[in-house]
Design a protein around this ligand. Structure first.
Ligand code: HEC
Ligand SMILES: [Cu+2]
Length: 490
């Protein structure tokens, strides 16, 4: 059997690791962590894990324990983005794997179980382990097998764990990472809410948004050029109904990890300031009043912030195209009463057109690949993406608009009354007084520089969604015709 040779090597290596651990004399920090271990056997407990964005409860015991952790590796097909699936290799069936929480000085007995349906062997390298490979060799596990190894949690801090089976990059790129928190003896300062967030990238063969099951692309991974950068394993995992939720007056803590495999995260919460940062996930809150903190690949950070005002706070990797174009965007939804002394909200809005300048459409770039009419389902799927990327910011996710500022596209009489006029709006922009569903608007919609195909797709989508009931679609030909015609007065 082909596996037998590496297996023997692995078993021998594991034995060597255990032997070394048995006779090594503890260094100063190990001595520290081990100092309050009682002489007799440690009390045994089985760890309860938590799946993102949940965090396991803080540890209340004041003395070390023997903590038994069971973790299963499993290969499963799941959603990566709307209409996009991926075969994830996982710890615990989820990306990221569950968050683990132990206390410094604990003895951890780790059982890694590889589900019989797996195609690959897997293992685990926990950065919280002191020992060669972080447990990797000792935990190498074939499908349908289970491995056990033990380690002492010597150093407090927030650590990444990941699979380290060759090809390592591929196991990580497919979703095998998570966080383990080793609490300091005195615990962390209490906060009102804790959240678990892991950023990572996916390298799919198809471009961002290309539908269907997407295989891993080694070439893109080598060039560190991902199609997706996400929080908690998929596009939209932490937005809308899945947003993190908190209340004004509370202090929240985020345990932020970066599975990579390649990119460094510039973690930022739009509209909040981190009151405290435990840089790089160390056990010391060593910085205050931070806007953006770096989370290295294979590293972490802990950020604490008090929430003073309500609203939706957007979590991003501030390498900003990753956030708005590749998926690295989450939300913290904060409820409570406004505090105008801290933040007023919009106090006034007026149209600003310097020197009477008109809004001008720029010509669409020449030389782009010729576009073709798409079948209905592809057209509508593309339209949904174009909408999310280009229109939702103003007209809102469900097309409901913002009273007094952005007219609704949902059940809009203006949109539906005249197809060519609607195409003209998207192609050339719109300004001046308009009435939509009886309400006056006098704002400015810029020309969005979309291709004819994108205009056809987005208008086909909005005219058949959000309560609009068009029976016909908007075709490329329609858009070409309107673009060629002189702008009509509305
Ligand atoms: C930067 C904000 C902004 C973006 C982005 C934007 N719009 Fe608008 N849109 C407006 C404003 C403001 C008006 C009203 C303009 C006026 O008062 O003259 C408007 C009006 C419209 C109207 C006509 C009024 C109605 O409600 O039916 C349509 C149709 C429309 N937009 C479609 C779109 C589509 C489709 C997209 C995305 C491709 C889009 N808009 C992107 C701000 C925006
Ligand atoms: Cu693996």
């Amino acid at each position: 059997m082909r596996r037998s040779t590496p297996f023997l090597v692995v078993v021998a290596a594991a034995a060597a690791v255990l032997a070394a651990a048995a006779c090594a004399s503890p260094d100063a920090s190990a001595g520290d962590a081990m100092a309050d271990r009682p002489s007799g056997a440690l009390p045994v407990e089985t760890l309860t894990v938590a799946f993102a964005p949940a965090v396991p409860a803080a540890i209340t015991r004041k003395t070390p324990a023997k903590v038994v952790i069971n973790l299963e590796t499993r290969e499963i097909r799941k959603r990566l983005a709307d209409g996009v699936e991926y075969t994830f290799w996982t710890f615990g069936g989820s990306v990221p794997g569950p968050m683990l929480r132990v206390r410094v000085g604990d003895e951890v007995e780790f059982h890694l179980n590889n589900h019989p349906s797996s195609q690959m062997p897997h293992n685990i390298d926990l950065h919280a382990v002191t020992g060669p490979g972080g447990g990797a060799a000792a935990s190498f596990t074939a499908p349908g097998h289970s491995s056990t190894f033990s380690f002492a949690a010597l150093n407090p801090g927030l650590y990444v764990y990941h699979c380290a089976t060759a090809p390592v990059g591929m196991h990580i790129a497919n979703g095998m990472y998570g966080l383990i928190l080793v609490e300091p003896k005195e615990g962390l300062t209490p906060v009102d809410r804790e959240f678990y967030l892991v950023q990572s990238e996916f390298y799919t063969a198809g471009r961002h948004g290309a539908p269907g099951i997407q295989p891993f692309d080694m070439e893109k991974a080598l060039h560190e050029d991902p199609e997706y950068v996400v929080f908690n394993g998929s596009v939209g995992a932490v937005v809308g109904d899945n947003a993190l939720k908190a209340k004004v007056g509370e202090t929240v803590r985020m345990f932020v990890g970066n599975g990579g495999p390649n990119l460094i995260s510039s973690f930022h919460v739009i509209g909040e300031i981190f009151d405290k940062v435990y840089t790089e996930g160390g056990s010391l809150a060593n910085q205050r009043d931070v806007q953006t903190t770096l989370v290295p690949a294979g590293g972490s950070a802990i950020v604490d912030m008090k929430l003073e005002v309500p609203g939706t706070f957007i979590l991003v990797d501030h390498s900003i195209f990753r956030a708005f174009n590749k998926g690295a965007l989450g939300m913290l939804a904060v409820e409570g009463s406004e505090n105008a002394a801290i933040y007023s909200g919009k106090q006034d809005d007026q149209v600003y057109l310097p020197e009477g300048g008109a809004i001008q459409a720029m010509p669409v770039e020449a030389g782009a690949a010729p576009e073709r009419e798409l079948p209905r389902n592809e057209l509508l799927a593309r339209g949904q993406q174009v909408y999310a990327a280009n229109c939702a910011a103003c007209h809102q996710l469900e097309g409901q608009g913002v009273p007094g500022a952005f007219p609704p596209l949902a059940s809009s009489d203006y949109l539906m009354a005249d197809k060519d006029r609607a195409i003209g709006v998207v192609v050339r922009g719109l300004s001046g007084a308009v009435t939509v569903n009886g309400q006056p608007y006098n704002g400015v919609m810029p020309s969005l520089q979309l291709t004819n195909g994108d205009v056809a797709a987005v208008l086909s989508y909005v005219r058949t969604n959000f309560g609009n009931r068009a029976t016909d679609l908007v075709t490329l030909r329609d858009v070409q015709r309107v673009r060629a015609a002189p702008p009509a007065a509305h």
